[in-house]
Design a protein around this ligand. Structure first.
Ligand SMILES: Nc1ncnc2c1ncn2[C@@H]1O[C@H](COP(=O)(O)OP(=O)(O)OP(=O)(O)O)[C@@H](O)[C@H]1O
Ligand SMILES: [Mg+2]
Length: 602
């Protein structure tokens, strides 16, 4: 019973409050209980006063009693509202801390891509934005009111013990029965079902598409304004329908509830009336018992309301995510230091890797990259090139085989130590809404290194180091696609200046103009001369600069050699190179670009 109670999300919600702020939570509960006791106290106070009037006793004491209760009734409400709002804010902050921690700290990435965690993540991420319910600082007040009613009902029931031992069980039992009978209704039913959460994710996405800038171009170009609105309304309606279905009332249960509650009330009130008529209790006592009987009804509406449900669901989602994300994003930790590696080589040995529930991307993949050399990887879309780069960064681990650096499995290295040896320009590199300086050196670096890196990447004149690279910030600016790519390249080059020894460049020049590409590439080659460089590119003008080129197909290396060797072999590489160079030559390149094409074709 206790174990089942602990699993309820309402319980989990309440147990989070003291963790968010202990003293506020204690204050919240104390005021809550006091507020809950007040209706019963008022019933007693008025009864005592009426009794005193009836019997001609002094009225000073009873009047003061009524006065104190009355003042407390007026004062405690606003105090509790303020505490609730504050506690709600702190609880939201605590949950966001937990969530960001759970998202960011696992060394791997699996937890962010795990479909079984997506729904919880949506609920948890959006919980305080007011999209599906009021934010916590507001709903805490509703929850407090609900619990006050619950306590008030129980306190009133306890007063009835003074009348007769049987009265509280009959009356409170009657009202409590409504909870059980209506457990499928809003009061009890968990609205946060898988189905509801999936609908919420759909509706969130439709909303984001409408209001966030990234989709704005396509929405207009493809005339999708109406479609977007319809889609959002449709997803919202589905969400509300599912929520409604999850909370609908059951007619028969409602009828039984009414009958039970009416019978219990009639019985107690009829008995009190009889006692007064018989003269076994005086008027003051009758006033107390009748008010207590009426007050007991508060049990029916106490605490367990929609606000509780709405606030408890995301708390439960965060608490579920916390233990689930850590293993989903876990990687076996190693202990060896990676200082100075690779000195000899990086070797992929019989590596097989598949994404969760996917087919293998790499299968029996073997490749050795001598330290200090450059290797280009070419292959069709989806061939697994980016996956290879991610495996080398240890964002995932292969299912079988190993990646060895100077003979050591990279899983044996301390993850942070190994990653500090690497730098990368990812295909979908991040564009920080931060200053140019922080974009180039997010972990901090001397300005000299930042400026040298910007020079390497042909980004010297982009902006002042303190300019924020996003509109909407004071003095902020936005960059073109190619300019952003230069900033990403500068980030990698800065890491090289700071000592990284392995450089991964995944489509680093895809958005650069042809002239810029040639110029920047020369400088990058100079900067990375002593590094082990892995270059992934579809541009053969870039690829040919590498010491060796590997053609990836079907999860394996199908060709490996220098540009000249592979051209001479007249295999896959030759075909792809030839195709691209020919298209370039006939594609109307301007004068300068033609020079390059000739250079490439030579
Ligand atoms: N996070 C992921 N979860 C599941 N599958 C993925 C994920 N990332 C990539 N894949 C799948 O793995 C395969 C290889 O993807 P990868 O990104 O490595 O290809 P690529 O060679 O870099 O392609 P491109 O030239 O288009 O960049 C693809 O079939 C892709 O659908
Ligand atoms: Mg890729």
């Amino acid at each position: 019973m206790i174990a089942r109670l602990r699993q309820r999300q309402e319980w989990q919600f309440l147990s989070v409050l003291p963790k968010a702020d202990r003293s506020l939570a204690i204050g919240w509960w104390i005021v809550l209980v006091l507020r809950g006791l007040l209706p019963a106290a008022l019933a007693i106070a008025t009864g005592v006063l009426i009794g005193a009037v009836q019997h001609g006793h002094p009225l000073g004491g009873p009047l003061s009693f009524v006065g104190v209760v009355f003042v407390l009734l007026q004062v405690l409400n606003p105090i509790h509202t303020a505490i609730s709002a504050n506690l709600g804010d702190r609880t939201a902050a605590w949950l966001y801390d937990k969530l960001t921690h759970a998202c960011v700290t696992p060394p791997g990435m699996g937890h962010l891509e795990d479909p079984t965690l997506t729904n919880d993540l949506t609920v948890a991420r959006e919980f305080d934005t007011g999209m599906t319910g009021p934010p916590l600082y507001i709903s805490m007040g509703f929850i407090a009111d609900g619990l006050v009613q619950m306590v008030g009902g129980l306190a009133s029931a306890i007063v009835l013990f003074a009348y007769g031992w049987w009265a509280p069980p009959v009356l409170a039992g009657g009202w409590l029965a409504t909870h059980w009978l209506l457990r499928e209704s809003a009061v009890w039913r968990d609205r946060n079902t898988e189905e509801v959460r999936a609908a919420q994710r759909d509706s969130d996405y439709a909303y984001r598409m409408a209001v966030d800038p990234p989709a704005a171009k396509e929405l207009r170009l493809f005339g999708l304004a109406g479609w977007t609105i319809d889609r959002f309304i449709d997803r919202r309606t589905t969400l509300h329908r599912l929520q409604y279905e999850a909370t609908r009332m059951r007619e028969r249960s409602v009828l039984s509830s009414v009958l039970i509650v009416t019978a219990a009330n009639l019985l107690v009130l009829w008995s009190v009336a009889n006692a007064v008529i018989r003269g076994s209790i005086d008027l003051g006592a009758a006033v107390i018992y009748v008010q207590a009987a009426v007050g007991t009804s508060m049990i029916a509406f106490g605490g367990l309301n929609w606000a509780f449900d709405g606030a408890a669901a995301p708390v439960a989602a965060v608490l579920r995510l916390e233990p689930a994300m850590a293993p989903a994003g876990a990687l076996t930790p190693g202990t060896r230091s990676a200082t100075g590696v690779p000195a000899r080589e990086i070797r992929f040995r019989d590596v097989t890797f598949a994404y969760p529930e996917g087919v293998p991307v790499l299968e029996g993949f073997d490749l050795a990259i001598p330290a200090g050399s450059s290797l280009a990887i070419v292959g069709q879309n989806g061939a697994g090139k980016t996956t290879l780069a991610k495996l080398l960064c240890r964002l995932y681990d292969p299912q079988s085989g190993a990646i060895e650096v100077d003979g050591t499995d990279i899983r044996d290295f301390d993850i942070a130590s190994w990653r500090s040896r690497l730098t990368a320009v990812f295909q979908d590199f991040v564009r920080f809404e931060l200053t140019l300086r922080e974009n180039v050196a997010p972990g901090g670096a001397p300005d000299d290194a930042v400026l040298a890196a910007l020079h390497d990447a042909g980004a010297s004149d982009l902006a002042d180091l303190d300019t924020v690279l996003a509109r909407g910030y004071e003095g902020g600016t936005d960059l073109s696609g190619g300019q952003w790519q230069r900033v990403a390249l500068a980030r990698a080059m800065c890491a090289v200046h700071l000592g990284a020894g392995v450089v991964l460049l995944d489509e680093p020049t895809a958005q650069l103009d042809v002239r810029g590409e040639a110029e920047i590439f020369d400088r990058i080659l100079a900067t990375t001369r002593d590094c082990t460089t892995i270059l992934i590119s579809h541009r053969f003008s870039t690829v040919r600069h590498a010491d060796r080129i590997c053609v990836l197909e079907g999860g394996k290396v199908v060709e490996l050699g220098s540009h000249d060797e592979l051209m001479a072999r007249r295999g896959r590489y030759f075909t792809m190179f030839d195709l691209q160079a020919r298209r370039f030559a006939t594609g109307g390149a301007d004068e300068g670009e033609e020079d390059l094409v000739f250079d490439v074709l030579a």
